[in-house]
Design a protein around this ligand. Structure first.
Ligand code: BTN
Length: 359
């Protein structure tokens, strides 16, 4: 199976969100514990005026002391909230964190991203998503973290995940046969490219199998873990790592010795301003749209949009493959996502491998 790491079922059975052990520097918020969400909503809808503690406490059915405690919590999460005796509270600026209620506010999807698990830090969002995959009602859930301590890349490589990036896993339970699982990395990389074009007005390229690049340097990567039952997909966890606003030199230091390193870059520069939430919302929307197209059997449109943005098709490439080095010209993508390589009059289909461009 291409690009997919098959995982054993037993791995996902035990941990559920209710028994996640958080270290003392770690916190988690979800889209379904909603007190903070409600307070932020109320403050946002009254941004030009102060909202009294009494009004907040009446609307939410909480004591004044509980309101004060939650306001303090929001301030510690980066919200600028003015508090004035006798007048109450006023929201001056929202946080930069990708908190669940900020993602939900304005999200236009029906399923993907409707349930959110948020962490300030975690080993890997991918691992957490795998741990909840067997619970009911998790189709479309996302797990997001501001940073990861043990981010995983393709082919068991390390994925450097400092603050400033978007580190995200999407859990899907498609009613598909395993042969279709290999289409998901393509779908995801295309959705991400389209959202970057729309929100940031940049033109990333797609490097087979599913890297996003800017100026031929890597700006995002995708990893899919799949659980398979007989001939059917049981669930997929799609891991998406986006170098949103990172320092390329810091990441380079960590990963420069790994195989296939070809440079790292960032979508947003140090001095530029951009809201990761807007990119995230747009990406989840595009992903859902493309997913619906796949469900409706419309893969051809996805393939042709992917090929349009590809930096691989038409190039002379060398591919490190388990069976050895393969050289030739990349001439297209097959209907299952395989790369078609032409060399000495023959065309080969490749399902896995790392591409290097020949000059
Ligand atoms: C690649 O090697 O190009 C794929 C990188 C995928 C990284 C993402 S970040 C969110 C999710 N959690 C992980 O540990 N890995 C994926």
């Amino acid at each position: 199976m291409i690009f997919l790491k098959k995982i054993s079922k037993s791995y996902s059975k035990n941990k559920t969100p209710s028994n996640v052990n958080l270290s003392n520097k770690q916190y988690m918020y979800t889209s379904f514990d909603d007190t903070l969400d409600k307070i932020v909503r109320l403050l946002k809808s009254h941004q030009s005026e102060f909202l009294s503690g009494e009004e907040l406490s009446k609307s939410l059915g909480l004591s004044r002391a509980a309101i004060w405690k939650n306001i303090k919590k929001l301030q510690s999460l980066g919200y600028k909230i003015k508090s004035r005796q006798k007048s109450g509270y006023r929201l001056v600026a929202k946080t930069n964190l990708m908190l669940p209620w900020e993602i939900s506010d304005g999200l236009q999807t029906e399923t993907i991203g409707r349930k959110i698990y948020y962490f300030n830090t975690i080993d890997s969002t991918q691992n957490f998503a795998l741990n909840i995959a067997l619970k009911p009602h998790e189709n479309g859930s996302i797990v997001i973290s501001e940073q990861q301590t043990h981010g995983r890349g393709r082919q068991n490589r390390k994925w450097a995940s400092p603050r400033g990036g978007i580190w995200l896993s999407v859990l899907l339970k498609p009613n598909f046969e395993i042969s279709q699982a290999s289409l998901f990395p393509m779908l995801t990389s295309l959705a991400l490219a389209m959202s970057i074009e729309k929100v940031l007005r940049l033109r990333p390229k797609l490097k087979w199998p599913n890297d996003l690049t800017l100026d031929d340097k890597k700006v995002a990567g995708i990893l899919v873990d799949a659980s398979i039952e007989s001939n059917q997909i049981d669930y997929l966890v799609i891991g998406v790592g986006i170098n949103f606003k990172i320092q390329p030199s810091a990441i380079t230091k960590i990963v420069k010795n790994s195989e296939n390193f070809y440079g790292v870059t960032t979508l947003v520069g140090k001095k530029e301003k951009a809201d990761p939430i807007l990119l995230l919302q747009s990406f989840l929307y595009e992903l859902e749209q493309l997913y619906n197209k796949l469900v409706a059997n419309n893969f051809h449109e996805i393939k042709s949009e992917w090929e349009k943005r590809s930096s691989t098709i038409g190039r002379n490439v060398s591919i490190s493959h388990p069976s050895g080095e393969i050289k030739g010209k990349a001439v297209g993508i097959d209907n299952d996502g395989a790369l078609l390589i032409s060399s000495k009059g023959k065309t080969q289909r490749l399902l896995i491998g790392d591409v290097t461009y020949q000059i």
